[in-house]
Design a binder for this molecule. Structure first.
Ligand code: C2O
Ligand code: CU
Length: 559
């Protein structure tokens, strides 16, 4: 195992990734941020220096942080934010997981200002795996894109009477696109230096594309012209038996690896298309008219041709036929097979029923809610600190730790799932009373997706499960699947339900939230607190506690 160290300075710059200028937050002036790439077992060190005017924090999305919950990077949950002018050293070991991940700011909606980048973990046995016959391995980040700073958009969104969410202005692939400036007369724009992202692939070889949706709000449908075969081999870090697909549907926070065979002969260049599915977030947009597309160029090129991107012609290919336009996860409509098999525990110790909704409350303020609770982080007193100090003060019960909290205890806000002893198995039924689709992300774990559907959760018995949740179901027809996909972002569709199961084996406080930035920031989030037996013996590192010694006003300057 190696130690891999990164030095990151967070800076505000003005840039025009697609032609339109806007203020951005960047890591070392780069966008997207640099690739973190490691082997399973390696230790990652990231020294963050915050030169931005607002406080920030960095989260490593999907990384378990087993034993290092305080490095999870969630303001108000695991740390105080890093104040402007401050710094913090993230240090953690990546183990027991491999595949495609990413990192992003977890303070307010800052991720969409540019604080995002890819994170790839190579498995110990990756070389021996016969499925890995690809000759190149690359990351394709897709995202929606706004032309205004998230702080302003968020303020607007959280204002009384706003009711809705900011609609993206555009979209990017690997931080790039090229817009027609005449369509943006009200913005400062120069697209002469902008270009489409390009994926240069050796012909007649297989290539692994790790597709990550790092955006704030939009689902994307991915296709490659003339390449109708895009077998999926990985979902959120879980390897699956290659599954034939011709298009990929990906929600914010999710990852899919596909194998692209550069085996076409018609041309040397093809459009890679990412269609932003606007009808998934706006009921006023019909599916047929709801696509806004961003493209990248797939170019067959061997080093020998020496063709540079700039003088190469753009593709003239046209899109593959029609594709599904549902706003649901691919694995709620099809069954994929994890390999090696990783069966879910047969039954759960707890099953929580969470009513997901967006409500317009007093002063016509729109909030995301789980049951009766809308989450707000306490930026100057993270839950982890309160739990650890409550426990180590000799108070055996977490209720006492709660006493330090100024907020009343609400089971939807903070759930204690394991008081002591071995890891417990937890089911969460998400019942969506909202018309929108919500991709829920659990920190520190992957969950088994046991089922999902439209309408009301039919109950364990109706699904062929014993009341205590024995047996697993096929999302299509309610029959038993022994080997469900395990992932860290799963969507509950509009007016639908989903049932996920996870093993609460990771000591700490873990956020569970809709990964749509506008929803999590308006309160569609809660925390799981697990392994109090372990947390009771913890000492929080001084550096983590030190972040909280900065004055509250400074810390709150996050949005
Ligand atoms: Cu990708 Cu709570 O985050
Ligand atoms: Cu949501």
């Amino acid at each position: 195992p190696q130690i891999r160290e990164y030095n990151w300075t967070i800076q505000e710059i003005e840039a025009n990734p697609d032609g339109v200028f806007r203020p951005m937050l960047t890591i070392n002036g780069m966008f997207p941020g640099e690739l973190i790439r490691c082997n399973e077992g390696d230790t990652i060190v990231v020294n963050v220096v915050n030169h931005g005017v607002n406080a920030t924090a960095i989260h490593f999305h999907g990384i378990f942080q087993n034993g290092t919950n305080h490095m999870d990077g969630v303001p108000g949950v695991t740390q105080c934010p890093i104040a402007s002018g401050g710094s913090f050293r993230y240090e953690f070991t990546v183990d027991g997981q491999a595949g495609t991940y990413f990192y992003h700011a977890h303070q307010a909606a800052q991720a969409l200002d540019g604080l995002v980048g890819p994170f790839v973990v190579h498995a110990r046995d990756e070389k021996e795996n016969p499925a890995n016959t690809y000759t190149s391995d690359r990351v394709v980040l897709v995202q929606d894109w706004y032309y205004d700073m998230s702080s302003g958009l968020l303020k607007e969104k959280l204002s009384p009477g706003y009711e809705g969410a900011p609609i993206p202005d555009g979209a990017l692939i690997n931080g790039a696109n090229k817009v027609d400036c005449s369509l943006h007369p009200e913005r400062r724009c120069d697209s002469s230096t902008a270009s489409f992202a390009s994926l240069d692939l050796a012909p007649n070889e297989n290539h692994r594309l790790r597709i990550v949706n790092v955006g704030a709000f939009a689902w994307f449908q991915i296709t490659v012209d003339e390449h109708h075969d895009l077998p999926v081999v990985e979902i959120d870090g879980t390897n699956i038996e290659p599954a034939p697909e011709s298009s990929i549907l990906i929600a914010p926070g999710q990852r899919y690896s596909v194998i692209l065979s550069a085996n076409q002969s018609a041309q040397d260049a093809y459009w890679f298309r990412a269609r932003m599915m606007k009808h998934c977030f706006s009921e006023n947009v019909m599916p047929q008219e709801g696509f806004q597309e961003v493209q990248a160029v797939v170019r067959y090129t061997s080093a020998a041709t020496g063709v540079s991107k700039d003088d190469a012609a753009l593709p003239t290919t046209s899109p593959n036929g029609n594709h599904a336009v549902e706003c649901r996860d691919m694995n709620t409509v099809r069954t994929y097979t994890p390999t090696p098999p990783n069966p879910a525990p047969e039954s759960a110790h707890h099953s929580y029923y969470l009513r997901v909704n967006i409500q317009i409350g007093a002063w016509r303020l729109e909030r995301g809610v789980l049951n009766t609770s809308s989450y707000r982080p306490n930026l100057s007193s993270p839950t982890l600190h309160r739990v650890v100090s409550g426990l180590t003060a000799g108070n055996p019960s977490y209720r006492v730790a709660q006493g330090v909290n100024s907020l009343a205890f609400d089971p939807a806000r903070e759930l204690v799932i394991s008081h002591s002893g071995p890891a417990e198995v937890v089911d969460v039924v998400l019942q969506n009373f909202d018309e929108g689709n919500h991709p829920f992300h659990l920190h520190g774990h992957k969950f088994f997706v046991l089922g999902a559907g439209h309408g009301y959760f039919p109950g364990y018995a109706a699904l062929g499960l014993k009341p205590e949740g024995k047996g697993l179901l096929d999302p299509n027809n309610g029959t038993v699947v022994a080997n469900p996909v395990r992932r860290d972002v799963g969507t509950v569709e509009g007016f639908g339900w989903s049932l996920v199961r996870f093993v609460a084996d990771n000591p700490g406080v873990w956020l569970f939230h809709c990964h749509l930035a506008w929803h999590s920031e308006s309160g569609m989030a809660m925390q799981f607190v697990s392994r109090l037996d372990v947390l009771g013996n913890w000492t929080l590192p001084a550096a983590n506690r030190g972040l909280c010694e900065v004055a509250g006003e400074e810390l709150r300057k996050g949005a």
